[in-house]
Design a binder for this molecule. Sequence first.
Ligand SMILES: NC(=O)c1ccc[n+]([C@@H]2O[C@H](COP(=O)([O-])OP(=O)(O)OC[C@H]3O[C@@H](n4cnc5c(N)ncnc54)[C@H](O)[C@@H]3O)[C@@H](O)[C@H]2O)c1
Ligand SMILES: [Zn+2]
Length: 381
Amino acid sequence: MQIPNTIEQSFKVDYNYKLHFTTNLFDSSNSLLADILKSYNAENKVKILFVIDEGVYKAHPLLENQIENYCELNNSTIELKAILVVPGGEQVKVGDKHLNKVLQGINDFNICRHSFVAVIGGGAVIDMVGYACAIAHRGVKLLRIPTTVLSQNDSAVGVKNSVNYFGKKNFLGTFALPYAIINDNAFLETLEQRDWVSGISEAIKVALIKDKSFYNEIVEQASKLKNRDVQSMQYLIYKCALLHMEHISKGGDPFENGSSRPLDFGHWAAHKMEHMTNYSVRHGEAVALGMAIDVTYAKLIGLIDEATLQSVLQVIKQVGFNLKLPIPKQDVDELLNGIEEFREHLGGKLTITLISEIGKKHDVHDIDTLKMKEAVLAFYK
Ligand SMILES: NC(=O)c1ccc[n+]([C@@H]2O[C@H](COP(=O)([O-])OP(=O)(O)OC[C@H]3O[C@@H](n4cnc5c(N)ncnc54)[C@H](O)[C@@H]3O)[C@@H](O)[C@H]2O)c1
Ligand SMILES: [Zn+2]
């Protein structure tokens, strides 16, 4: 028999996950978590390992106790294995120290592919724990419980996770879906003002590239948002998460095989800025500045008019961002290297998303470096 040169393989997999909204998840009267675990396994207890962001742990001193009581109350559904605490913020993503602690926990407490890790924290802790869950046993079940605005409306609702390695942000990571995400708005009460504001930039971003009416709503609600109006924030988070999730499911490229990443509008400068400031700038703060630079550039190359530029800069400031660059002026050329590094991380041809009007993205494949430098320098005034 002649052996063929090729065996062709092709199959499709359906991906599903839900984002739930609740208040006081671990209140004894709140059945959401138990219901989610029952939906996975109605017959047997599900093993669960909690990993908590230290910032959340300290701001919510009763949390550990509440989790223990909740699991005890629902002990026909939940088998609590342990509660680990890891540092909050970008430091937790650096190298493998904290990653190893989570992997060790998964091993020590016999978390298998049919057991859960529930991570409670900001985007950094969620990225790191998500990565641990994706690689341990080639994937254990992950419940994300994001506790910052940015993680509730953007980073935790998607399909990516990562740690920083070789000094490079998100160098190690996978596309791996959570089993579910639970946004508990009670966690937001303890955020520092900068973390309350920081995530609003991702909502402005997604509105600018996709949804003019959402943009107008943000403009209208800007001062309420800045002043911690809970209802305005809940709506912003809901709408931003929805647009984000729709982009993943309907945008045609959930695992980013193409070169265009519209959700990374404003992000080439943001990623570089975070790195150059040793992450003293929050991701959302850097995105606000990155968008401000890119809309200024869009105006300089004639893509948008002055009124559009001023509207965008104004709303960014009105929700509470400071549009002053946090790096010394002599390092601007280094910041501009972020364009090439962004291309490298994506692979393939350079694609920078700009806007041609509010609510409409516009991809460009060449950047006029002199004009981009002029755009950057505008934020030293
Ligand atoms: N995976 C993705 O698709 C994706 C997308 C965007 C951003 N990210 C990542 O998300 C990270 C940024 O996340 P972030 O903005 O949530 O910041 P963060 O995770 O760095 O948290 C900021 C600070 O807030 C504290 N904190 C968290 N929740 C709190 C609460 N409820 N009360 C009091 N303190 C609390 C943390 O301990 C930390 O000190 C970055 O690493 C970024 O790269 C990932
Ligand atoms: Zn982002």
